[in-house]
Design a protein around this ligand. Structure first.
Ligand code: HEM
Ligand SMILES: [Cu+2]
Length: 602
């Protein structure tokens, strides 16, 4: 006891010059309430989760390209039970697809992308010392970590992890006896997702309150960088839609454990009718997709916001159509709530209702096209600095456009019906949402690495990583459109068993080979990332000559961000290459000159 006291007071003495409470290793790096530390915690957790999700995709791609062949890797990773003699067990195949999708959508791109960059950038770019509530922010990370751990634990239970697809439709999710993955694995999936939603809500409320209430002097809403607008709208979408997922999950848990029948209609198992009847699995689909579609934008908008920053900075040009960008993000956010039915065209919905969803879905193409147009116009005749971050941001614009085009096809009920549940859909959503968001996330990591870890990443490895990733990504997902058009169904253990798909074997092999190259490419990133955290060259304070406030803080992290007074904002964030200025950038803290017009104002 006395020893403890002594250690504590000596420690307090050392740090007595700090205004903030003294910090031990534990409060500084583990239970930190500092947004910068929490951002790094989210990022590192997401990188680890993504590696797990990626290894899973390599395993099921092995099976899809060479069905029934023996692979040492399969047995090595899955053991005797699920990978006997190196052959992937069919139940485990479904489970891998499910957990891969869940991890990528929720843990990498929802938790990892928003959690990292909203945390890092909101206080910095609005000019605040921290989030509105550091404590709730910390809890948000710990709930995220807990739900990640539970999801990983579910890999090791009897019966394997959940295997009803990442959408966990009933009856596979509602009947514990349906398939091996419907048992404890499914319960853990539901538990993990519930905790995940708590994390997302705590994070989201904090982001919203911080943006509305903690902006520094002069930081009006129309001077906010577009990243902040993107995080704000994302957080609002999350707060409105995630609770609906929880309600769906609660009803599901009741069907599973208390014999209710919200989702179960008449079901016979082995000739025996179940007690439950009268429910509707379609109800679940409505609830799921009321979250599920906005979720697409919860994943995409932060990436698009990051692209705006990275592209404007590295094109040395003001972002084109700042107000139109805000307007289109708001429009996308609003519309995303009235289109969920486009996931349900084949449920037998009234064709008139279907046509309403066709119409609202097609409307989203308009603000999306505005955004794509604005990126391209910003790039047009820019003085392009092709940093790795910039390449990833441009790559995002590419996938956002090419994936959006197939979205227009799927939005039409008449065209969606024949390709529904084929690889066409898999190709579409991987390109428009999966890839765009992943590329945006990489852009963010390369661009803000100096703010996260005070060092620079290696550029050459960055270029190598970009080109291998970009080429192999299209190599994986472009050919899948043709598989889909030929009718190859998704979520099938093997599709080469059907004679009518025999001529497609080569395409499947090609897709898998690109998938393996893409997976290897990510290790270039992982190496560069972890190496640079410790050994990368120290960064200067504003390496990209950027205007926004985060680059006005000193390189060494201080709790409270700015050592002295908070910065005062005098202009919008996009004064690059402004005529009549000496430098090609004017930070937000530089006062407007006589007669100078503030950029965002018109
Ligand atoms: C190169 C990396 C990737 C490969 C090779 C890959 C491949 C696949 C394949 C083959 C499926 C199974 C489809 C089926 O059987 O129906 C699948 C499912 C899925 N993937 Fe990926 N994927 C990759 C990256 C990603 C990323 C980055 C995301 C993030 C959005 C993602 C999200 C999903 C989802 C949500 C599913 C579930 C689809 C379903 O339930 O039918 N994947 N992936
Ligand atoms: Cu949708």
């Amino acid at each position: 006891m006395s020893h403890d006291n002594h250690g504590h007071s000596a420690h307090a003495h050392e740090h007595s010059h700090e205004h903030h409470h003294e910090e031990s290793f534990l409060t500084k790096y583990v239970f930190s309430m500092d947004h910068k530390v929490i951002a790094r915690q989210f990022l590192i957790t997401a990188v680890i989760m993504a590696l797990v999700g990626m290894v899973m995709s390599t395993l099921f791609r092995l099976q899809l390209a060479w069905p029934g062949q023996k692979f040492w890797l399969v047995e090595f990773l899955l053991g005797d039970k699920w990978g006997k003699d190196g052959i992937l067990d069919p139940n485990m195949y479904l489970a891998l697809v499910t957990i891969h999708g869940t991890i990528m959508v929720f843990f990498l791109l929802t938790g990892g992308l928003s959690g990292t960059f909203a945390n890092l950038l909101i206080p910095y770019q609005v000019g605040a010392r921290d989030m509105a509530s550091g404590f709730l922010n910390m809890l948000s990370f710990w709930f995220f970590l807990a739900s990640s751990v539970i999801m990983l634990l579910s890999l090791f239970v009897e019966g394997g992890p959940a295997s009803a697809g990442w959408t966990v439709y009933p009856p596979l999710s509602a009947l514990p006896q349906a398939i091996p993955g419907s048992g404890l694995g499914m319960t853990l999936w539901l538990l993990s997702m519930t905790i995940f939603v708590v994390s997302a809500l705590l994070g989201g409320l904090n982001y919203i309150i911080t943006v509305f209430n903690m902006r520094t002097k002069g930081m009006s809403m129309t001077r906010l960088p577009l990243t902040i607008w993107a995080f704000l709208i994302t957080a609002i979408l999350g707060v409105l839609s995630f609770p609906v997922l929880v309600s769906a999950v609660v009803l599901l848990l009741m069907d599973r454990t208390f014999g209710t029948s919200f989702y179960l209609s008449d079901i016979y198992i082995g000739g025996q009718a179940l007690e439950q009847s009268g429910g509707s699995p379609i109800l679940y689909q409505h609830l799921f997709w009321f979250l599920g579609h906005p979720e697409v934008y919860i994943v995409l908008l932060p990436a698009l916001g990051i692209a705006s920053e990275v592209i404007a900075t590295n094109a040395r040009k003001p972002i084109f159509g700042y107000r139109a960008m805000i307007g289109s993000m708001l429009a996308i956010g609003f519309l995303s709530f009235i289109v969920w039915g486009h996931h349900m065209f084949i449920t037998g919905m009234n064709p008139f209702l279907g046509s309403v969803f066709v119409f609202t879905t097609l409307l989203i193409a308009i603000p999306s096209a505005v955004k794509a147009f604005n990126y391209i116009t910003t790039l047009w005749k820019g003085n392009l600095k092709l940093t790795p971050a910039m390449l990833f941001a441009i790559g995002l614009v590419s996938t956002f456009v090419t994936g959006g085009v197939t979205g227009i096809i799927l939005a039409d009920s008449a065209l969606d019906v024949p390709v529904h549940d084929t690889y066409f859909v898999v190709a579409h959503f991987h390109i428009v949402m999966g890839l765009s968001a992943v590329l945006g996330m990489f852009a963010g990591v390369y661009h803000w690495f100096p703010k996260l870890f005070l060092r620079q990443m290696n550029k050459k490895l960055g270029y190598l990583h970009f080109w291998t990733t970009f080429i192999s990504a299209y190599g994986v997902f472009f050919p899948q459109h043709f598989l889909g058009l030929a009718g190859v169904p998704r979520r099938y253990y093997t599709n080469t068993d059907f004679p009518m798909f025999d001529h497609l074997v080569d395409i499947n092999i090609l897709v898998s080979i690109f998938a393996f190259i893409g997976a290897v490419a990510q290790f270039i990133f992982v190496f560069n990332f972890f190496y640079s955290i410790f050994r990368g060259p120290k960064s200067e304070q504003n390496p990209w000559h950027s205007n926004s406030l985060e680059w006005t803080t000193p390189m060494a992290h201080t709790h409270g961000n700015w050592p002295g007074a908070l910065p005062v904002v005098k202009r919008w964030a996009y004064d690059y290459s402004k005529p009549g200025k000496q430098l090609d950038y004017v930070p937000q803290t530089v006062p407007l000159e006589e007669g100078e017009v503030d950029g965002g104002a018109h």
